[in-house]
Design a protein around this ligand. Structure first.
Ligand code: CMP
Length: 153
């Protein structure tokens, strides 16, 4: 089953939206496989946002991710990468559709509440960046048989 990374950004923590955002993933049926609060570093952010290096907002984006601790989460489910991205919505909170996390909770490009991995390959790299193997947990959820049909697994 797919695993993907979600970072609850400083905008999420500062605005008291951790419960609201994690509730959405929980209610959707994604299994929380890992979660920890951490203070990100410039080195981590330069690596994580390498595709934005050189863009005018690069340093500002990195600084905004380090202004408070963040919460990194690993969610698991069938097609989890795409499901989580759809739930997050378009990057800019002003463009994101109502019903999505950013569409409902954000007015900003930068202060857009969550980071989500954009592909399965990226998710694997990003999860390794923020979690040790022993920080990702496999455990059974008793309601699992009511989340998927057998042929969806
Ligand atoms: P995220 O999903 O974390 O991935 C890259 C981040 O860069 C993105 O969310 C935004 O927060 C930020 N970003 C992308 N484009 C811009 C922009 N034009 N101005 C400011 N921040 C941006």
């Amino acid at each position: 089953m797919e695993k993907t990374l979600v970072i609850l950004k400083p905008s999420c923590l500062q605005r008291g939206l951790v419960g609201e955002v994690t509730k959405r993933f929980e209610q959707k049926g994604l299994r929380l496989a890992g979660m920890k609060m951490c203070q990100l570093t410039d080195k981590q952010m330069s690596e994580h946002y390498a595709q934005h290096a050189g863009k005018p907002f690069f340093q500002q984006l990195k600084d905004a991710m380090m202004v408070t601790p963040v919460i990194v989460c690993c969610y698991e489910g069938v097609g989890a990468v795409e499901v989580v991205r759809q739930m997050a919505g378009a990057t800019s909170g002003r463009k994101a559709a109502p019903g999505t996390i950013r569409g409902d909770l954000s007015m900003s490009f930068q202060e857009n509440i969550v980071h989500t991995s954009d592909s399965l390959e990226t998710a694997q790299v990003e999860l390794k960046r923020f979690f040790r193997d022993d920080e990702i947990f496999d455990y059974e959820q008793p309601h699992f048989q009511f989340l998927y049909a057998a042929d969806e697994l």
